[in-house]
Each structure stands twice: as C-alpha cells, then as structure tokens.
Design a binder for this molecule. Sequence first.
Ligand code: ADP
Ligand code: MG
Length: 259
Amino acid sequence: MYMTPLLEIQDLKVSIDGSQILNGVSLQFEAGKVYAVLGPNASGKSTLAKAIMGLPEFNITSGDILYNGESILDDNITERANMGIAYAFQIPPAIPGVRFDDFICRICPEYQCKEPEGHFMGKACSCRMELYDDFERLGISNLAYRDLNEGFSGGEQKRSELFQVLAMQPQIMFLDEPDSGLDYDSLKLVGRELKSIREKGTTTMVVISHHRYILEFLEVDVVYILQGGRLVYTGDMEDIPVLAEKGYERFLSEMKEAA
Ligand SMILES: Nc1ncnc2c1ncn2[C@@H]1O[C@H](COP(=O)(O)OP(=O)(O)O)[C@@H](O)[C@H]1O
Ligand SMILES: [Mg+2]
C-alpha cells in the first residue's frame, strides 16, 4: 500500500541571488523515520533544509515541496513552522533583547504559565521551574537569562538551538550539524537527547552531519548524499562507516563504477 510521505521534495531547483544552488533534488521523508543528509562542503545540504523551511532568500525556481501530500510553496516560514516543520540553524542568528527563557515560554505551550493571574514575561514564576529543569538536562541553565545566542559559545549555540526546536514539538525537524563544535560531554548529552526523541517515534528527524558518532548513536534509517546540488546516493546506516573511511570522493566514484 502506498503511504503518502510526510514530506516530499520533487525536482527542486533553488537559487540564491540569481545563482542556482539546488539543481533538481527529489527525495522523501516518511513519518517517524530518521534521515541523515550528507555530502561534501557546499553540496547544498543547508540550502535544501532552509528552502524547505521557507527562508525568504531561497528562491524556488521549479519543482515542489509537498507536506502531507499538499504543496506548501505558497506558505511562508511562520505557516510552515505552525504546520510542524522546524529547522535548527547550522549557525544560529543572535537576537539581542530577547531573553532565552522568555522566548521558550512564548513558543511552547508546555512551559507557559499556568498560574491564574497570568504570566508576566521575565518574572520568575513556579511554572518556569519545569523549564529550568529541562535546561539543566541539556546543560544550558546558565543561558536562561541571557539574550538568545548573544555571545553564546559554539557548543552553547548548538544546545540552545536544539532546545528551541524541541520546544516547538515539530512533526519534522531538520538539525543542521547539531554536533559541530561540541565537546565530548556535550556530544553525549545531545546524542542522548536525540536518541530519546527517536525512541518516542513521534518526530521525523533529518540530521545533517559529517560525524559518524551522532549518526550511529541515532541509528539512522536512510542516508541521502548530496553533491553539487543533486541527490547522488540513497543508502542506509551501513554506509556510514564505509563513507567515513573512504571519504565522499572515493565512496561516490566506487558507487558509480559499481552501478
Ligand atoms: N546566502 C547565500 N548567498 C550566496 N551563496 C550562498 C548562500 N547560501 C549558500 N550559498 C552557496 O550555496 C552553496 C551551497 O551551500 P550550503 O547549502 O550552505 O552547503 P552545505 O550545507 O552542503 O555545506 C555554496 O556554494 C554556498 O556558498
Ligand atoms: Mg551547511
């Protein structure tokens, strides 16, 4: 029986400032599965995720993006976020003036104040304790009162970005190099967090990464490799150690010869 994939990309061509970055990518993401999107630097991985999220500078010149079988090309980034699509930036922008804990309380109903007199943003109330416990779990309690991403270290940015995306409780999330710049302990924290989401099975996860640790930890279902703005390979977890050993160039040329 054919099941409509959660997200289907059809022959997507994307340009930025007039230069074409994606040259016709077709692929699918099914509900509840875990995907790795891999590929050499500048192959278009971030562009693919950002175009799906609907960042305005990414111009879709042809093709389609179907979410639950319906085109979302006419929906803006906010509408797509409300539908359940989330993107964790490779390099998240800083937002001075917006406090991290206030921001999370605004985007996630679970952390909003349940006290009858209502919530005054910025005032510590008992409801925030749950939030602070969860911050603790990802080792980011020290960031609670700081402005979003302002002066955060690389590793702090990654953990705060992941926290934001999880707080949105998306149906599908694109994590753009969620492990870059993390020390061993943070890597373990993030890995464990992602693994527990995988085990719940309610969120489709798309992980863009170069590091085998996080991918093996997660037990990826499908591996997509992009090169030069095209999908050049579809495989599975077993490819990851081979790829790590051979590198993209050799891996892909051997695959081509074998085909
Ligand atoms: N805002 C932009 N303006 C111009 N070129 C861009 C922009 N964003 C990405 N590119 C270019 O698009 C190509 C693909 O980038 P990207 O999707 O970030 O690759 P990856 O994430 O695979 O490393 C690169 O050559 C990059 O320089
Ligand atoms: Mg990238």
